[in-house]
Structures are given as C-alpha cells and as structure tokens.
Write a protein that binds this ligand. Structure first.
Ligand SMILES: Cc1ncc(COP(=O)(O)O)c(C=O)c1O
Length: 407
C-alpha cells in the first residue's frame, strides 16, 4: 500500500470534512452563498475565467460547495473529475451535450428512465441527433445497433423498475471498438453498489437526489469522468465549459446539504442494501403461496434474477436497495396496499432513509400504452420498493400488514 490515497474506502471518502482547514474554521463545513467573488487584479480575473487559475469568480462557473461535493463524488467513483449539476437530468443532458453534435447517432437502452428517453428521442432529435433503443443487457443487440456515426452508448447500471443489470465492461469494449463513448447512469446503484468507471465507462452520471444525498431534500446530479488520456482531458474541458454556458450549475445550499447527506452514504447504503436482500428473500419465499397475492419478485441479489451473474461480477457485496414485486390482484390490490397506510409511503422516488413505494404504471411508465407496458413486463400490480434503513423486522411487519390488506 504505497499510496494511502489509492486505497481509501467509501467510509474514508464520506467522512472527510469539506474544508481541509476545518480545524481553524470549525468541523462542520461552511456554506458560501455568494454569487460573485472578489478579484485582486485584471489578470487574475482573466485567468479565473479562462480556467488557468484555480479559484472562484462567479457562482455559475463554480463555488466552494460545488467543488467539495464534486471532489467527494469523483473520489467515490474513483474518477479524476466531477461536475455537479442542478439535477440528475441536468447531468445527463450535460454528458450528452459534451459528446454529440448534429449528424451523430446515440445507442440507448430501451429501459432508460422515461425523461432520459425523452431527452434523447425528442430533444436530441430536434438538434439533429438520431438514436436507436436496444436491450442493453444483450451485447449482441448493442453491437448490431452501432453505426459509423455512433458517438455515445447510454445505459443505466440497474434499470427501473425491472432492475435489469448491464454488463458495463462488455458495453465499454463494444463502444470503444467503434470509437464511441460509454455513458452510464448509475443512479439506481450508487457508488456503494457499483463504480462503472472501474469497468471502462467513460462518463458516469448520477442523480444525487436519491441515495447519495439520501434525505429527499435536494435535487442534484453529477457527471464524473477521467482525464488520464488527451481525449479525457478534452472531454473534461467540454463538460466544465458547457456546464457554465448552459447554466447547469447547482446552488451552494443544495451542494452543502448533499455533501452533509453523503457523509453517511456508506452506513445508509450498507443498511438499505442488507434490508433489501432481507425483504426480497421474504417476499420471494411467499411468492409460491398463491394466497400471498405475490406473483413475481425481482431483485438482482436473488439467484432467480435474469442478470444475477452480471450483478455478482460487477457489484460490491450489495445488490442494491430497490426491490420490485407484483401483486396478482392488479392495480386495485396496489391501491389497497397503499390505503393500508402501513408506514410505507407511496412516494414516486427512491433513496430515502424510509422505505417508500412507487407504482410504475401510474408514475414512471404512465406515458406508455398498456400494450407497451405489457411488452416491457410492467404489470398493473407492480410495486417498486425503495428499501430504507429501518430495522428489517419493522419493514417486514409493515409489508405483511399491507399485503394482508391488499388481498
Ligand atoms: C435512473 C434515473 N436517472 C436520472 C433521474 C433524474 O434525476 P433527477 O430527478 O435528480 O433529475 C432519475 C429520476 O428519478 C432516475 O430514476
């Protein structure tokens, strides 16, 4: 272990104070709400705006709270650089804008977050960028979709709500062989479960709104990348300047909150993922009993999951904190489950301290027709659980109560 910085655990990264000189300033990090900073000389202003001098001049270009959060995210992902953005969607938009121009082509997973699909198929299309959606868990399908002008392959580590897991290393090799870059949205995983850059992803994007912040009180995103190659340096420079030009920057207070929230990421991820495994096994054990009303349980940590082997090869000891299951009684059963008010709130997001549920048919996938949802495998009775940090006994008791009401 020559360089201790190379071997920092997720706990080490998360427990680092934001400000190194914290001893003189207080252990908690300060918030810098200023939108503008003093310049000592005209040359200094010039250099700060050109990016040749480190420091701050105007909040949209950067500020100390964004830098602290970006540093932490880069370290969590084992990347050289990170740019914090005002939301996960802003981060995805920034990553794509940094890579594509009119006339280019993008290959996307056919199971992306709905807004991401719209961003590519509607917004990039308006700008002259074409796209092809494929099953990204099938490298052959991805290879077949790559074209001469393909610049980006965009996938999610774990898809929502079906929790399909892509083989990042295979996709990176395929993309690189054709001169394209691999962009991975790691939101459903988070760096405690998977670090896609370790497997060859060129850009990792994440919504920090979810488990990384973990308290459902900010919207933020991040773009992480490496600069060891000349192409990587150029990419980073495009990301930095586009963030300032398009105004993707995040506010100091939100960055401060997310930095504070992420300090406990390692603990929360351990607990939530362990609980998710317990919940998945508990639900799965009841699936074979038709009286339980459970027809399907999806969790990458279960041996029955379609991508269990990929998940085992690519994930840390965790298989994520999201568990999806289906009630055979359909949407009416879901409404009874929700109405049971068992302490599992219906909040269509994920990554909170508390276990929450979402109903894909009425939220994330309401824009699809019933036939499209059926083709995707999204049933009316499907529930997606984001498992929190409560005691496992409490979560299971709440599930049992809601399931009894749903029957
Ligand atoms: C997989 C995934 N990526 C990106 C986003 C967008 O993140 P945000 O809501 O922070 O813009 C979401 C939001 O739910 C998501 O589920």
């Amino acid at each position: 272990m020559n360089d201790p910085q190379q071997h920092r655990t997720i706990d080490d990264v998360c427990s680092q104070p934001a400000v190194q000189e914290a001893k003189s300033l207080g252990l908690a990090s300060p918030i810098y709400p200023s939108s503008v900073y003093h310049c000592s000389t005209t040359d200094e202003a010039d250099a700060l705006l050109a990016g040749t001098l480190a420091g701050y001049i105007y909040g949209r270009e950067g500020h100390p709270n964004a830098s602290a959060l970006a540093r932490r995210c880069a370290e969590l992902h084992g990347c050289d650089e990170a740019q914090v953005c005002g939301s996960g969607m802003a981060a995805i938009g920034l990553a794509l804008l940094a890579e594509v121009s009119a006339g280019d082509h993008v290959v996307i997973s056919d199971q992306l977050y709905g807004r991401t699909t719209q961003l590519v198929s509607l917004q990039l299309a308006r700008l002259g960028v074409t796209s092809t959606a494929v099953d990204a868990t099938d490298p052959t399908a991805v290879a077949a979709a790559l074209r001469e002008n393909t610049r980006v392959v965009l996938v999610e580590t774990i898809s929502n709500p079906l929790l399909r897991v892509v083989d990042v290393r295979s996709l990176a090799e395929l993309a690189h062989a054709r001169g394209a870059v691999l962009v991975v949205d790691n939101t459903l995983a988070c760096p405690a479960v998977c670090r896609p850059a370790d497997f060859g992803a060129d850009i990792v994007v994440e919504s920090l709104t979810k488990l990384v912040n973990g308290h459902s009180d900010v919207l933020l995103g991040v773009v992480c990348t490496n600069t060891e190659s000349p192409a990587g340096c150029q990419r980073w420079s495009r990301i930095k300047s586009l963030a300032a030009i398009w105004g993707f920057t995040a506010s100091p207070f939100e960055c401060w909150l997310a930095h504070r929230g992420s300090s406990t990421l390692a603990l929360r991820a351990d607990r939530s993922c362990d609980n998710a495994g317990t919940v998945a096994r508990w639900l799965d054990a009841r699936r074979t009993d038709s009286a339980s009303g459970i027809s399907e349980v999806i969790y990458p940590g279960l041996a029955t999951h379609a991508d269990h082997a990929v998940a085992q090869a690519q994930f840390t000891r965790h298989a994520g904190y999201v568990v999806t299951f289906t009630l055979s009684g359909g949407r009416a059963s879901v409404d009874r489950f929700i109405a049971a008010g068992s302490g599992i709130p219906f909040c269509p997001s994920f990554g909170d301290l508390t276990t929450t549920l979402s109903h894909p048919e009425s939220t994330s996938h309401r824009g699809y027709s019933p036939a499209e949802r059926e083709a995707l495998g999204i049933a009316p009775g499907m529930i997606r659980l984001s498992v929190g940090i409560e005691s496992p006994d409490t979560i299971v008791a709440r599930l049992a109560e809601a399931l009894a009401a749903a029957r």
